[in-house]
Design a protein around this ligand. Structure first.
Ligand code: HEC
Length: 389
């Protein structure tokens, strides 16, 4: 799940810098009225944008870009010096020009990619059980005939399309920027020959519904990937839910900031309180009381159950526990009621996770402690649409 292997911190900075520069430019142009809005957010005015996602794949080109940027910075310094130092001016300007010519500029085809007016849009609807449930209804009505029940592109009309609908049980939804997925849903896609491949839905769906569909697709895809591979190779959040807590100031899961959360369908009476995380009980029906052994109970029971079933890749969600890290990413699942955890329950890990789990286990400690240590030692570093999240 860790797209940024080799601890390429410089690359993370480069991608983030590229994103911020474009985002800042778009904001500024919007504020002064140079660009209008499409789908309720500032519209990117050009047909191209910088392609962080390409640089992630082609790190040699990314290095060239980084070096070229350093050269530009040095040239700027030289030129400022040249302003004051008259005698060396000719030399300094000459050296600057030479440096710019010799800089290892990356290939334009790698640096730029096609953009849409919504390329920089951010999801206007949270990843919540409610959004996912609404998305599910819309999907069944408008998308399933092509994309299929499981999102793998095997719908009844799939074979009649000019190209086969994609398989969402793949990294596709995690690679594309949210705004570009939104574009596909609302304004459709065309093949190279200009023929319409994915139809446009801007007439039949409003902007909010379009985002809800994308949140649903993410949950669906995570569950299908779990079924296919036995883990969550692409990171997925625990959806936001409505709660009733002993601490009355908390009414949503998202109100618990920076906390590990344990969602349980197991019998709450049998749980031992654990101060390392917030324990949230997901009952079968809305309950008016919150058992003493848990911190909160879910009140949006139907939607929460539907969305966790999806992400779980199976409707059997009884006697289970799901654990998130402090960023809210789902990391581990224990489907054996309140029985002890084991290392295989860690379903979202980085490629190097195997050694640290073993290495951390120098002192005898319970398996849940090991899972928590691994989670904390290896946070999810997730790059989407060429940007670090
Ligand atoms: C008539 C068939 C059809 C219907 C209905 C349909 N799609 Fe598609 N969809 C496609 C095809 C075909 C593609 C692949 C297009 C391509 O790659 O050029 C696609 C691609 C996509 C993609 C991937 C975009 C990308 O960036 O690669 C998304 C997301 C998507 N559809 C969402 C939806 C949603 C949501 C709905 C329901 C509102 C829907 N589709 C309804 C046929 C359909």
């Amino acid at each position: 799940m860790n797209d940024l292997t080799n601890n390429a911190v410089w690359l993370e900075w480069l991608l983030e810098g590229m994103h911020r520069a474009q985002w800042g430019l778009l904001r500024a142009m919007h504020v002064v009225g140079l660009v209008g809005e499409v789908d309720e957010q500032a519209a990117w005015p050009w047909r191209w944008r910088l392609a962080g996602e390409n640089l992630l794949i082609d790190q040699a080109q990314a290095r060239q870009l980084a070096i070229s940027l350093l050269i530009i910075a040095s040239v700027l310094v030289l030129l400022v010096v040249a302003l004051w130092w008259k005698r060396a001016r000719l030399w300094l300007v000459g050296a600057s020009a030479l440096a710019l010519v010799l800089a290892p500029w990356p290939a334009a085809a790698v640096l730029f990619t096609q953009a849409h007016p919504t390329s920089f849009h951010v999801a206007a609807v949270p990843f919540s059980d409610h959004a996912i449930a609404n998305g599910a209804r819309l999907y069944a009505a408008q998308c399933v005939q092509c994309h299929g029940e499981n999102g793998k592109g095997q719908g009844a009309l799939a074979s009649q399309q000019p190209v086969w609908p994609p398989n969402f049980a793949s990294p596709l939804l995690w690679r594309r920027a949210d705004g570009e997925l939104l574009w596909a849903v609302r304004h459709g896609l065309q093949g190279r020959d200009g023929q319409q491949t994915m139809p446009a839905f801007a007439q039949s769906l409003n902007v909010q519904e379009s985002w809800e569909l994308l949140q649903y697709l993410r949950a669906l895809a995570a569950g299908e990937l779990l079924r296919a591979t036995g883990n969550w190779p692409q990171p997925v959040h625990l959806p936001d839910m409505q709660l009733r807590c002993h601490n009355a100031s908390k009414q949503w899961l998202s109100d618990w900031k920076n906390q590990r959360v344990l969602l349980v369908t197991a019998d709450p009476q049998k749980l031992l309180p654990d101060p390392r995380m917030v324990t949230v009980w997901l009952p079968t029906q809305v309950s008016n009381t919150v058992p003493d052994t848990v911190d909160c109970a879910v009140t949006s029971v139907a939607d929460a159950r539907a969305s966790i079933s999806l992400i779980n890749g199976s409707a059997d969600v009884e006697q289970s526990q799901w654990l998130t890290d402090r960023q809210g990413w789902l990391r581990a699942r224990n489907g054996r009621g309140i029985a002890a955890w084991n290392d295989d329950d860690l379903l979202c890990k980085s490629p190097t996770a195997d050694q640290p789990v073993a290495a951390l286990a120098v002192t005898p400690e319970d398996q849940l402690t090991r899972i928590i240590r691994t989670m904390d030692a290896e946070p999810v570093r997730f790059v989407k649409g060429g940007r670090v999240h």
